[in-house]
Every structure is written in structure tokens, then in C-alpha cells.
Design a protein around this ligand. Structure first.
Ligand SMILES: *[C@@H]1O[C@H](CO)[C@@H](O)[C@H](O)[C@H]1NC(C)=O
Ligand SMILES: *[C@@H]1O[C@H](CO)[C@@H](O)[C@H](O)[C@H]1NC(C)=O
Ligand SMILES: *[C@@H]1O[C@H](CO)[C@@H](O)[C@H](O)[C@H]1NC(C)=O
Ligand SMILES: *[C@@H]1O[C@H](CO)[C@@H](O)[C@H](O)[C@H]1NC(C)=O
Ligand SMILES: *[C@@H]1O[C@H](CO)[C@@H](O)[C@H](O)[C@H]1NC(C)=O
Length: 656
């Protein structure tokens, strides 16, 4: 405890003509060099806390002395001064997601009265947002998406803002890898881990660079953002450097651990060993506090030994036991150590669960080996018999690599559990983005079109481009994850087949999801690339219409689109949430292709290669003219029974 309380503080300042340089390796409660506003406080541990988890809080902290940004003495139109700054921050969010982020800022005053919370980050308010009279330069580290509906649509991003909350340049949070500078690794700003940021402005080349990365892992070789802007038109002669942060309905604690700044050359290096660190779990409620144990032990002297033994045993039981390796497992390159996955997911804690699917729960984790974020799926197959077959197959799926697939990094087997380790994909699943209207966020048509093209490419890879044919068997919007660049990535491939192996062999178990099952599947149980195409067709319709495949017994998506088509108004099926903001030709091809792919006759459906040719305008989509003459109520019944069989055969015919 004592070590937490003593102050770690170091400060130095070099005063030259007009240059400013300072360093805070932790902060001091008596700090005269900082102006602290609103919710901000300096904690006794040396942390600067901009906000805690209070609703609609705003907190700011500025270096007290102004910084001369324009040298008015020299020429008539002076260049803004170069500067370099680096700081370490921590955003601690409650389970799920918090908000709203923090910003480094240069402002004409060390007070920003009237600045609003939530998306305004304590920098602006609705009446001054966007006005050049603000003279504010900011680099935002924003954890909530959806400001201005379309702008900044990505949560977890870094942006450069000038006089406005609209970012002139923004990028999803990522850092370039030391060994592969061109490769950027996504990561979460609000993971709770300390993150270092470097911001430089060159007054001559008029370029702002922003670089971020996990603290203590060295400076990433490339900046995340390198943006050309002339700050001499933005700043005033004297500016204040500092931070601002806010919360809203979503809450996070925002901390600054250390900060340095210089107008002459690079900002001084922070000494990480002097920086305080914020508690990630702000309430500790471990029932086995050492002090509690000590009291109990001294009270029951006689039982001390017994108690210690029991405790040891309890601890031992919680520790992962050594895994029993079988010969065939030894040289599998994608095998993970159980202990690493256990650590990564904090012992498969419920709070780390990010989803529960048909095959098991999915945990979020951070690998202790390289710090990368992963999603770990824990599967308990029905029968342990199949596990051997499982592993061989998974070993081969582990070699699939495509930018539109949620890549399987590896696996681990323990007792009867199979753990699959996937890339962590930050933006959740397509179904959520399409159907649940969080923050009134609407996926734009451009994003949707890009997502379906990506998924088509991923499926083509599975069907035709890899060494074996992989049938996905469960293509649906909730299996499409959206990555930081808003690309669609197909998850859970191959799993359905694996699951089959686990159950008794010869039964033809139909695997898939109602609403996406091709009619022939329900008759023969035989999945094929063509049944994947059927499900992809339904997915296309979902994306275009913004509706689920089966909503009520009266609403079947395919029927609805066919009806619109028959009435000659296929565009009437387009998602009303788009407000007609779509490219007509693209909407038509997605709807038409959706109908063609979900055609009841597998022979009529295109292959994924053909699908891609249609989407890329390399081939013309065949004209869909004859949909048969069945009256709509009867057609609805047919599609209702999409799992039942014969009825489908005589259904709609989409001629060429
Ligand atoms: C800033 O802090 C340093 C070190 O504590 C101190 O020497 C200096 O007087 C402070 N400056 C102001 C303006 O408070
Ligand atoms: C946040 O800080 C304020 C003032 O420091 C305090 O009154 C409030 O109780 C804190 N809230 C929480 C949730 O910690
Ligand atoms: C900004 O980044 C670019 C590209 O990496 C680099 O060429 C330039 O020197 C950097 N500028 C500063 C001021 O660091
Ligand atoms: C201001 O910047 C320009 C390039 O944009 C450069 O040519 C000029 O020398 C700079 N002036 C000063 C005083 O540094
Ligand atoms: C960082 O601070 C520690 C503790 O004061 C000190 O021993 C160490 O030399 C410092 N490191 C650097 C690089 O200044």
C-alpha cells in the first residue's frame, strides 16, 4: 500500500528565448504548473485523473504557462512553432464500453467554459463547434462512435480536429509493428492498459504526426496519422497545451500518467519506472485478501497449518494443470499453451465474455506472450470421441488466411474443452450494426456494399481458392464481423463441419440457421458450396433491406423482395434507414443477386466466382423476369416452412 501512496514526481524546465520544455513523470498534488478544471484531480498516487465514472463529467488540465506559438517579432506572416509532445494515458471503462475519450489540445485559454460533455470531449459545445474563432487544435482519442451520424463513425479512433469535433483526419486506433512497419495492429484505447502517444508538428513542412502504441514497447516505427495542416492559421500567439476529456451516458475514468512537451526538438523521454499506474479494477472485492487471511490465521492458531494447507490446495486447484499431450499433437504449429489462454482471459472470467454462439462462449483476451488481443472460443463438443478428428481438421483450418475471414490463429485442447483462438475484431457483428439502432448509427450504403464484396471474396477463397473446398455452412449476418476499417470478415468457418464430427458419425445433422437454410439441405442434409451461396443470398437481402430473414410469421424477407420486384419497384425494398442514400445501380445488383443466390433451385444459383464478377460489373446480372404466378399468401407459407421440404421445389422461378 505504502508504495502506492508515495509520490513519484519529477519536473524540469528549460527556459530559453521563447522555447518551452517540460516533463511530468507523474504529477504532484501541489502542482502549480498545472491548471486543473472541473472534474480533474491529481491523485495522491501521482495520477492526473481527467474524469472518473460520473455521468456527463468534463475535466481539463493545462500547463499553466502559455506557450508562444507565433513569433510575431520576425515577419508579417509567421509560421506556427514546431512542437513535440508525448504522454501516457489510461482509459478504464466498466465492463462493456465506456466513453467518451480524451484529447490533447492547444487552446487560446486554460479554461474552456461552457464546453460540453459526451462527444464534445469538453472542447466545444453545440453553438461554437466548427467556428474558426475557437483557435483550437486537438488530437482526439475517441472511444465512442457515431458523432454527427456519419462523421467519425468509428469508435476507438484517433483524429485530428481543428476548431471542430469533426475530425479532419482520423484512423482506427492501431500501431505499426516494429518488424513490419507497413503492418498496423489494431488495439483498443479503452483496454485499461497504459498507452503512449507522440504528437509532433513541424512548423516548416506543416505536418502533424500522431503515433500511438502500448506503453513500454518502444515507439512504433510509423505514425498512425501524418496529416498536412498549417497551424499558423489556427493558433493565436499564446496557446495553452493540455488535455480535455468527458463522459456522458457512457462512463470511463480517463487518466494521464506522464507528459512531456518541447518546442525545441523531440519531447523529453518519459521514465516509465517513475509513472504511476491506474487501477484497472477500481473496486477490489477479493474474498481472500492477505490481511483477512492473516487475521483468521492468528485467531485460529491451531488451525493455521490446516488452513494454509487448504488454501494451498484451493490455489493449486485453480491453477491450470499440465496438459496431456498426445503424440499427434506435439508438432502442431497452431497449438497454444492452455496457461497463456487462461491468463489472457483472466481465467475465463464471465466478465470477459463477448458473445455466446451456437458452439460455445467467446472470451476476449490479451495474450501474455505478445500482448495481442484475441477472441477465444471455448467449445465443449458433445462427444470426446471426435476430438482427435477435430484437432487434425482445426490444424488445417488454422492455415487459412484471408483478409475477409476471421483468421483462426490456433487452438488448444484441455480435457474435453477445445479452445479456438481467433483474431479479435473490434466492431462487433454485422447483424448488430444492421438491426440494433445503437446511437442511431446507420451503416452507410458505401460501407454495406464494401462489406458484401468482402464477404463474397472470403467465401470464394473458402470455396475455390484454398487447397481444399471449405464449406462454411453457417453464413449469416451475425457471423460477419466488422473490423476497424469497416471491412466484413466471415467468422466460424468450418466449425459446423467440425461439430458434425463430434456427434455420432453417420447421421446427417442439419447445421445452420433457420432463414438461411437452402431448401435442398433440409431434404438431403448435404451441405454444398451452393447451399453457402443460398445463405449468402439471404445475407445480401438483409444488407440491402436492413431486415432479418424471418421477422414474424407474416414477414419473410425473400417474399417481400420478390413482391417488390413483381410490382416493378424493387428499390422499394431498400432499407428505409438509408433515406435513399445509395447508388441505385449497386442497390439493384445487390437485391437482384440476393434473389438469384437464394433461388430454390441450386442449379440456378451462381458460383461465388460469378457473384464477384457481377458485383465488380465484369458480368451483367441476368435479367430476373419470371417469378412464377403463385399468389403471395401461399408463397409466404412456403418460405415459412423453409425447413420443411417439398413445398420449396415448386416455388418461385427466377428466369434468365
Ligand atoms: C513548476 O514546478 C517546479 C518544480 O516543482 C518549480 O520549481 C517551479 O517553480 C514551478 N513553476 C511554477 C510556475 O509554479
Ligand atoms: C467522482 O469524483 C467526484 C469528485 O471527485 C466524486 O464526488 C464522485 O463521487 C466520484 N464518482 C465516482 C463514481 O467515483
Ligand atoms: C512525420 O511522418 C513522416 C512519415 O513517416 C516523416 O517523413 C516525417 O519526418 C515525420 N515528421 C515529424 C515532424 O516527425
Ligand atoms: C515558414 O515556412 C516556409 C515553408 O512553408 C519556409 O519556407 C519558411 O522559411 C518558414 N519561415 C520561417 C521564419 O521559418
Ligand atoms: C528512471 O528512474 C529511476 C528511479 O528514479 C532511475 O533509477 C533511472 O535511472 C531512471 N531512468 C532513466 C532512463 O532516467
Amino acid at each position: 500500500m505504502a508504495s502506492m501512496i508515495y509520490l513519484l514526481f519529477f519536473f524540469s524546465m528549460i527556459v530559453e528565448a521563447q522555447s518551452v520544455e517540460f516533463i511530468f513523470d507523474g504529477f504532484n498534488g501541489n502542482e502549480k504548473n498545472l491548471t486543473i478544471n472541473s472534474a480533474s484531480i491529481i491523485k495522491s498516487s501521482g495520477l492526473l485523473r481527467l474524469t472518473n465514472k460520473t455521468r456527463y463529467a468534463v475535466g481539463q488540465a493545462f500547463y499553466s504557462k502559455p506557450i508562444q506559438m507565433l513569433d510575431t517579432s520576425s515577419n508579417s506572416s509567421p509560421n506556427a512553432s514546431s512542437f513535440s509532445t508525448t504522454f501516457v494515458f489510461q482509459i478504464v471503462s466498466p465492463k462493456g464500453r465506456g466513453g467518451y475519450g480524451l484529447a490533447f489540445t492547444l487552446a487560446p485559454s486554460n479554461q474552456l467554459p461552457g464546453a460540453a460533455a459526451e462527444h464534445y470531449l469538453g472542447l466545444f459545445n453545440p453553438s461554437n463547434d466548427g467556428k474558426s474563432s475557437n483557435h483550437i487544435f486537438a488530437v482526439e482519442f475517441d472511444t465512442v462512435n457515431g458523432f454527427n451520424d456519419n462523421a467519425d463513425s468509428e469508435g476507438n479512433h484517433v483524429g485530428i480536429n481543428i476548431n471542430s469535433m469533426h475530425s479532419e483526419s482520423s484512423m482506427a486506433a492501431a500501431y505499426s509493428e516494429t518488424d513490419h512497419p507497413d503492418r498496423f495492429r489494431d488495439f483498443m484505447l479503452e483496454s485499461g492498459n497504459p498507452i503512449q502517444a507522440w504528437i509532433e508538428y513541424d512548423g516548416v513542412t506543416k505536418l502533424v504526426n500522431v503515433t500511438i502504441g502500448p506503453m513500454g514497447k518502444g515507439r512504433p516505427p510509423r505514425p498512425l496519422i501524418s496529416y498536412g495542416v498549417d497551424l499558423s492559421t489556427v493558433v493565436k500567439d499564446n496557446m495553452y497545451a493540455g488535455f480535455s476529456s468527458s463522459t456522458g451516458e457512457k462512463l470511463s475514468s480517463h487518466y494521464i500518467l506522464g507528459w512531456s512537451f518541447s518546442t525545441e526538438g523531440a519531447a523529453p523521454l518519459l521514465n516509465y519506472s517513475l509513472l504511476p499506474i491506474a487501477p484497472i479494477f477500481e473496486k477490489t472485492s477479493s474474498p481472500f485478501r492477505p490481511s483477512v487471511i492473516a487475521i483468521i490465521a492468528s485467531l485460529c492458531g491451531v488451525f493455521t497449518v490446516l488452513f494454509a494447507l487448504l488454501l494451498l490446495r484451493a490455489v493449486y486447484m485453480k491453477w491450470p494443470r499440465f496438459e496431456d499431450l498426445e503424440d499427434w499433437e506435439l508438432d502442431c504449429p497452431h497449438r497454444f499453451r492452455y496457461q497463456d489462454l487462461h491468463t489472457a482471459t483472466k481465467g475465463f472470467k464471465n466478465s470477459e465474455i463477448i458473445g455466446v454462439g451456437g458452439f460455445g462462449a467467446v472470451y476476449r483476451g490479451r495474450l501474455p506472450t505478445n500482448g495481442s488481443e484475441v477472441a477465444v472460443k471455448k467449445i465443449t463438443p458433445n462427444s470426446s470421441q471426435g476430438l482427435r478428428g477435430f484437432t487434425a481438421e482445426i490444424e488445417s483450418l488454422g492455415r487459412l488466411r484471408h483478409k475477409n475471414l476471421v483468421n483462426l490463429q490456433g487452438w488448444c485442447k484441455r480435457n474435453n474443452d477445445l479452445l479456438l483462438v481467433y483474431d479479435f475484431i473490434p466492431n462487433g457483428c454485422l447483424a448488430d450494426l444492421l438491426f440494433s439502432r445503437r446511437n442511431n448509427f446507420v451503416l452507410s450504403w458505401e460501407q454495406r456494399f464494401n462489406i458484401v464484396k468482402g464477404i463474397a471474396a472470403g467465401l470464394l477463397y473458402l470455396h475455390e481458392e484454398w487447397e481444399q473446398v471449405v464449406i462454411h455452412r453457417d453464413v449469416k449476418s451475425s457471423n460477419v464481423l466488422i473490423d476497424a476499417e469497416m471491412n466484413g470478415r466471415l467468422g466460424d468457418f468450418g466449425l459446423a463441419r467440425l461439430y458434425d464430427h463430434g456427434t455420432t458419425s453417420h447421421t446427417t445433422n442439419i447445421v445452420g440457421t433457420i432463414g438461411y437454410l437452402a431448401p435442398e439441405l433440409t431434404r438431403t442434409g448435404q451441405a454444398s458450396t451452393s447451399s453457402d451461396v443460398y445463405a449468402f443470398g439471404i445475407l445480401l437481402l438483409e444488407v440491402a433491406c436492413g431486415r432479418k430473414p424471418v421477422e414474424t410469421s407474416d414477414f419473410i424477407l425473400t417474399d417481400f423482395v420478390i413482391e417488390s420486384h413483381q410490382m416493378g419497384r424493387i428499390l422499394g425494398a431498400a432499407d428505409p434507414k438509408l433515406n435513399s442514400a445509395f447508388v441505385v445501380k449497386e442497390m439493384e445488383v445487390v437485391l437482384g443477386l440476393g434473389l438469384l443466390c437464394s433461388h430454390p433451385n441450386p442449379k440456378t444459383r451462381p458460383t461465388m466466382r460469378e457473384v464477384i464478377r457481377y458485383l465488380n460489373w465484369e458480368d451483367k446480372l441476368p435479367v430476373i423476369d419470371d417469378l412464377g404466378s403463385c399468389d403471395s399468401p401461399c408463397r409466404s407459407k412456403r418460405f415459412m416452412g423453409a425447413v420443411s421440404t417439398e413445398m420449396i421445389t415448386s416455388s418461385i422461378d427466377i428466369g434468365r
